[in-house]
Design a protein around this ligand. Structure first.
Ligand SMILES: Cc1cc2nc3c(=O)[nH]c(=O)nc-3n(C[C@H](O)[C@H](O)[C@H](O)COP(=O)(O)OP(=O)(O)OC[C@H]3O[C@@H](n4cnc5c(N)ncnc54)[C@H](O)[C@@H]3O)c2cc1C
Length: 625
């Protein structure tokens, strides 16, 4: 029996454990354990959104048990305090854990460079708890300021300094600028009273980006009324602000984002370290001291061949390292050749508030700049890709909800256009009416089908056979309800022509060849498939009509009626009335049966049981409530 322990359920740890689980799926003699001090994986890159109340708190958390449901990874909740590499054992607060192979992925924490008062007097943004604390702090400062009568104290409470103008600092201050509007509205405070500053001792903000993007980011920050102070040494932090030599920035809230070092546990570890508490590795990402100890993510100190600097402490580094480590451990256990770490990075993206970003992306040596919506779109796309890898459909769904459909105060890159919600009960009459219309259509035709199942009236006659039925003739240029037969009768009764919705030539050609293949005998007759199709269509109209009336699986019924409408349209038989069938069905997709309908009872019941199935858990095929 071999036991692999992954310490840390961050980006690196989670991806390594997932890959290991896949590699050893069929090996009962290999155990995989993942230990983290939190029961969840935190999407650190989006913490600023929670801190400044763009998304809700659970948007950045992913339950580790959920991630590994259905996979052979034993998730353990414990804080590891030390590792005895000789005894091959981790000492946690709750228990000790033996290992044969260890992957260390404990990430980073903020570092204060020994600056006086910085640690004691600053807020940080490096964990879920930090983000929640910060959010509370903003609100607390606005609440207190709104009641404050002393103008000096009020001003101090409404001043915020972010120290560090790297990615984390800039993303946070951009988000704070948007949150300011919301808080000012809520507490009757003039926006001009609120001071927000981002300060750094480096000569420019976002030093890893090219100058043209830095200039754009600066312009945007200034437009958002953010003060930028660069090239000034930070000499101290106190309860009332930040010292820049003999200059003082007065603020009751200082947020420190100025640098990171290895997580606390690295203080005690007997392994070679470099940089700010990073573990030195070889090209296989093994610690230099212990070949059964691998290092992933921010903890790696490794300079790839031909490079001068160690790999960056960024998500992409964790993403590249994880599969390589899983491969190398698999090679250790099963035999095989180990791979060397030769990562190729694809750039960086920085959001400045919810609607603007700058990014430098591409292939190594060929980066191109993106700004505005494009950069935001790229950032979201990359997040979606990552989330899909980790928690599949479940997390992608919740991400879309948090970022687009349920975003606060119109703070999405698409504006508020998609985030408006209205109660579903307004749609109940429409749902019942559309259901009734389909039922009515189907019921009329049912009589005819029963009378003579071989009388085909829903499919136009074969044009090649020069046999043109009254119905199909009518359909060529006339229609008033949802099928050829009804169109024909409408024409007869109304005595006036109604134009069918036009169909592009290539669609008609495709449909025609499909009908030639399936429905026509070649001598003017119809195949048995045509009869079956017609019966199926009539049954579908009745069934989906009834489902809409009852509000049972109304989303499925709505989608199905859209599909039926498309089928009728593509065969050239859709009257212009069909438009409203479609548009009404679109409106009904979003859960109109969950108010006054059977979905109200059935869906929660089904969801509860579906979520428990192995299949749904393994492939994350469910949504959370
Ligand atoms: C606010 C913010 C914004 C960022 N933005 C970006 C960005 O836009 N792009 C980008 O590429 N990178 C960004 N980063 C950096 C990125 O988040 C890190 O590079 C990445 O998280 C590193 O992954 P990791 O697996 O090494 O560590 P982490 O993701 O930090 O995970 C470490 C895990 O180890 C656990 N752990 C630590 N110590 C112990 C212990 N003793 N016992 C048990 N468990 C322990 C922690 O709970 C955590 O779950 C950002 C970071 C922050 C904080």
């Amino acid at each position: 029996m071999k036991k692999i322990v992954v310490l840390g359920g961050g980006y690196g740890g989670v991806l390594t454990a997932k890959k290991l689980a896949k590699n050893f799926k069929k090996n009962d003699d290999v155990q995989i354990q993942l230990i983290d001090r939190n029961p969840y994986h935190t999407m650190l890159t989006e913490l600023h959104e929670v801190a400044a109340n763009r998304t809700s708190e659970d948007a950045v958390k992913m339950d580790l048990k959920k991630i590994f449901a259905g996979l052979k990874v034993d998730v353990v909740l414990d804080e590891v305090e030390n590792i005895d590499f000789n005894a091959q054992s981790l000492q946690g607060q709750r228990a000790s854990y033996a290992y044969d192979y260890l992957v260390i992925g404990t990430g980073s924490k903020p570092t204060f460079f020994g600056i006086q008062g910085a640690e004691e007097n600053s807020y940080t943004l490096w964990s879920y708890d930090d983000a929640v604390k910060l959010k509370d702090r903003f609100r607390q400062m606005f609440t207190e300021a709104s009641k404050e009568t002393d103008p000096t104290i009020r001003r101090e409470k409404l001043s915020f300094v972010v120290v560090g103008a790297g990615f984390t600092g800039v993303e946070l201050i951009g988000e704070m600028a948007e949150y300011r509007k919301e808080l000012c509205r809520e507490f009757f405070i003039e926006e001009s009273e609120v001071r927000m500053i981002v300060a750094d001792m480096a000569p420019k903000i976002l030093p890893l980006l090219p100058d043209n993007l830095i200039a754009k980011a600066e312009k945007r920050l200034k437009k958002m009324d953010i003060e930028i102070i660069v090239g000034k040494q930070i000499t101290g932090v106190s309860e009332t602000g930040v010292d820049l030599g003999d200059q003082k920035l007065i603020a009751r809230t200082v947020i420190w984002t100025a640098g990171v070092e290895g997580a606390g546990i690295l203080d005690n570890l007997d392994v070679q370290q470099k940089g700010r508490k990073r573990i030195e590795t070889n090209a296989h990402l093994q610690s230099l001291d212990h070949e059964n100890v691998y290092v992933v993510g921010d903890n790696i100190f490794f300079i790839p061949e031909g490079e001068e600097r160690p790999v960056p402490q960024m998500v992409e580094n964790a993403e590249h390292a994880a599969p390589l480590i899983a491969h190398n451990i698999t090679a250790d256990i099963k035999g095989g050749t180990k791979k060397e770490y030769k990562p190729a990075f694809h750039g960086t993206m920085v959001s400045i508030g919810s609607r603007y970003g700058v990014a430098s992306v591409g292939l190594p040596g060929k980066f191109f700049p993106l700004t505005g919506l494009f950069a935001m779109f790229a950032k979201h796309a990359i997040n979606v890709l990552y989330l899909f890898t980790v928690l599949g459909f479940n997390k992608v769904w919740t991400y879309m909800m948090h970022e687009v459909f349920h975003a606060h105060d119109r703070r999405t890159f698409l504006g508020g256009h998609f985030s408006k919600r209205s109660p579903n009960f307004w749609l109940v009459p429409l749902r019942v009416f559309v259901g009734w219309m389909w039922l009515h259509e189907g019921w009329d035709k049912l009589q005819k089908v029963i009378d003579d199942p071989n009388n085909i009236f829903l499919i136009p006659a074969d044009p090649r056979a020069d046999v043109v039925s009254a119905a199909s003739e009518a359909v060529g240029n006339v229609a008033s309800t949802v099928d050829a037969q009804a169109a024909a009768s409408a024409v007869e009764t109304a005595g006036q022509a109604v134009t069918a919705i036009p169909v592009p030539g290539f669609v008609s050609d495709m449909v025609q060849s499909m009908m030639n293949l399936m429905f026509y005998t070649g001598d003017g007759g119809y195949t048995w498939l045509a009869t079956a199709f017609q019966i199926g269509m009539v049954a579908a109209e009745i069934i989906f009509g009834l489902m809409l009336i009852a509000g049972l699986f109304s989303a499925i019924a709505s989608l199905a009626t859209i599909a039926m409408g498309l089928m009728i349209w593509s065969s050239g038989m859709a009257p212009t009335d069909m438009w409203w069938y479609w548009f009404a069905a679109f409106a009904l997709i979003g859960g109109s049966g969950s108010v006054f309908g059977l979905d109200y009872y059935v869906l929660p019941w089904l969801k509860k049981h579906w979520k428990k199935t192995w299949f749904a858990k393994r492939w994350y095929l469910y949504t959370d409530d």
